[in-house]
Design a protein around this ligand. Structure first.
Ligand code: PGA
Length: 260
């Protein structure tokens, strides 16, 4: 793992965008895995700037997003479809047919049928199949939850898991309520790529900022590999870059870390 620490959020975002942009320049038809949440917003802003000012070309780029809330239609302002459209896609020259975000609408399905309902199984298998059709994800951008989750793979998620529906922990529901009018509006389920799906990406770029991520980041990098901290699976990946600001990196053992 390459752990790179930068002074603050802006510097992390700039470095993250620089890495993503360099991969796009090397391979214009790159398959990018993308994340939502507050962490990657700065990275998207910087990539938009590079598109506008430096001619960074997204016309051949293909993207797969990690996850989506179950029950929110794509036009809902808290859906991840909406988030990606507003914060990134509509501001760059990406071809809309190259954009993949899992759909979280399955109608009225009971929790007990989540693993067997044909509509859900079909959508999850289709998503995995589309990733494969493009030859797999070249670089996957990730955030990390306060509880160590990646995408919506909450603690306890199998490290070999594939795209499926997960129940969100109370902690995640509470953390994400800051984006909703009230905690009661936060969905309790999400369709998410699995840890196994994420681990098949050729390169991983995990971003973390803020003191509230320091414990999760330490567990992910220096703790045991365990389903109780899904981000710890990154220790098994051959090309994982962790990009953190000083606050998120505060609990890491200094000798493993590259500053600059
Ligand atoms: P955040 O979420 O970027 O909004 O902190 C990260 C995550 O939960 O994966």
């Amino acid at each position: 793992m390459l752990v790179v620490v930068r002074e603050n959020y802006d510097a992390v975002s700039r470095k993250g965008a620089e890495l993503v942009a360099s991969r796009i320049r090397q391979k214009p038809d790159i398959v990018l895995g993308l994340a939502t949440g507050s962490t990657p917003l700065g990275l998207y802003k910087e990539l938009i700037r590079l598109y506008k000012n430096d001619g960074l070309d997204f016309s051949k780029v293909v993207t797969f997003n990690l996850d989506e809330y179950v029950g929110l239609p794509p036009e809902h302002d808290q859906s991840y479809h909406y988030f990606m459209r507003e914060n990134f896609f509509k501001q760059i020259n990406i071809n809309p047919s190259n954009i993949y975000v899992p759909l979280g609408m399955f109608g009225d399905i009971k929790i007990t049928s989540f693993e067997t309902d044909p509509k859900i199984v079909q959508l999850c298998e289709w998503y995995e199949g589309e990733i494969k059709k493009y030859g797999g994800i070249d670089m996957q951008v990730l955030g990390i939850g306060v509880n160590g989750h990646i995408a919506f793979n909450e603690p306890g998620s199998s490290l070999g898991s594939r795209t499926r529906i997960k129940t969100l922990t109370e902690e995640t529901v509470k953390d994400n309520s800051r984006f909703f009018k009230s905690v009661n509006e936060v969905p309790h389920y999400a369709v998410t790529m699995g840890v196994g799906t994420i681990m098949e990406a050729k390169e991983l770029l995990l971003l973390a900022n803020g003191a509230e991520k320091a414990d999760a980041l330490k567990s992910a990098i220096e703790g045991p590999i365990t389903a109780m901290c899904p981000a710890s699976a990154l220790q098994l990946h051959r090309r994982a870059i962790i990009l953190a600001d000083k606050q998120a990196a505060a609990k890491l053992s200094a000798e493993f870390v590259t500053y600059g």
